[in-house]
Design a protein around this ligand. Structure first.
Ligand code: DX5
Ligand code: ZN
Length: 221
């Protein structure tokens, strides 16, 4: 099993001070920056694009940037984000006409690739592209907004996908996104996740280190 990663979602950060906000969670012990991209088409909200990813790199953010595409179509933005310094690029399979081709595009551009499944999407299609996946992201809320409540049925899907990954023998991160906090992170880890996105739970509090520390304690317990 891979070492646990805490991935703060900068969707919940102060966008007027984004560079400092990204640096602050990394200084507080975060492993990776989760970067939520919304297009007002695939999801009913609009956020940030490749220029902002590039700006974080230029600001001096060296940690992995995990770009979660909630956009459709995906291929043009995959190219732009690879150029803008993305490390991981994940997208929703129903947002691309040719999922395998989009995954291959991410790999060809030198980034790590992942698929994202919404709460009601079964894990079935994953098995045919496991060899192209570096990450599988299971949404534990409906995408589009931060600050929503964790959907409990996600835990069963986490366990099922954990089994799929283990049986495959591939090294694939299993990430969960939406409504994660210090209280439920241990249950999500017990189900088999190793990468935990948290937006409001971290940025909604004044002391980022205190939250990240207590998440790590919950994971270690
Ligand atoms: C939702 C985003 C999430 C969101 C998580 O569409 O993909 O990454 O920012 O925020 P919290 O942790 O507040 O649910
Ligand atoms: Zn996300």
């Amino acid at each position: 099993k891979l070492s646990p990663w805490i991935a703060p979602s900068i969707l919940a950060a102060d966008f007027a001070r984004l560079g400092e906000e990204a640096a602050a969670v990394l200084a507080a012990g975060a492993d990776v920056i989760h970067f939520d991209v919304m297009d007002n088409h695939y999801v009913p909200n609009l956020t940030i694009g490749p220029m902002v990813c590039k700006a974080l790199r230029d600001f001096g953010i060296e940690a992995p940037i995990d770009v979660h595409l909630m956009v459709s179509p995906v291929d043009d933005l995959i190219r732009s984000f690879a150029e803008a310094g993305a490390s991981y690029i994940t997208f929703h399979p129903d947002a691309s006409r040719h999922v395998d081709r989009s995954l291959q595009l991410i790999k060809d551009l030198g980034c790590k690739a992942g698929l994202v499944l919404n709460p009601a999407v079964p894990p079935d299609g994953l098995e045919y592209v496991l060899d192209k996946l570096d990450m599988i992201l299971l949404m534990s809320v409906n995408p589009g907004f931060g600050g929503q409540r964790f959907i409990p049925s996600t835990l069963r899907k986490v366990a099922a996908v954990r089994q799929l990954i283990d049986d495959s023998g591939h090294q694939i991160r299993l990430q969960v996104d939406g409504g994660i906090n210090e209280q439920n992170i241990a249950d999500i880890a017990a189900a088999g996740a190793d990468t935990f996105v948290a937006g409001s739970a971290i940025y909604g509090r004044p002391d980022y280190r205190a939250v990240i520390d207590s998440m790590r304690e919950a994971l270690a317990a």
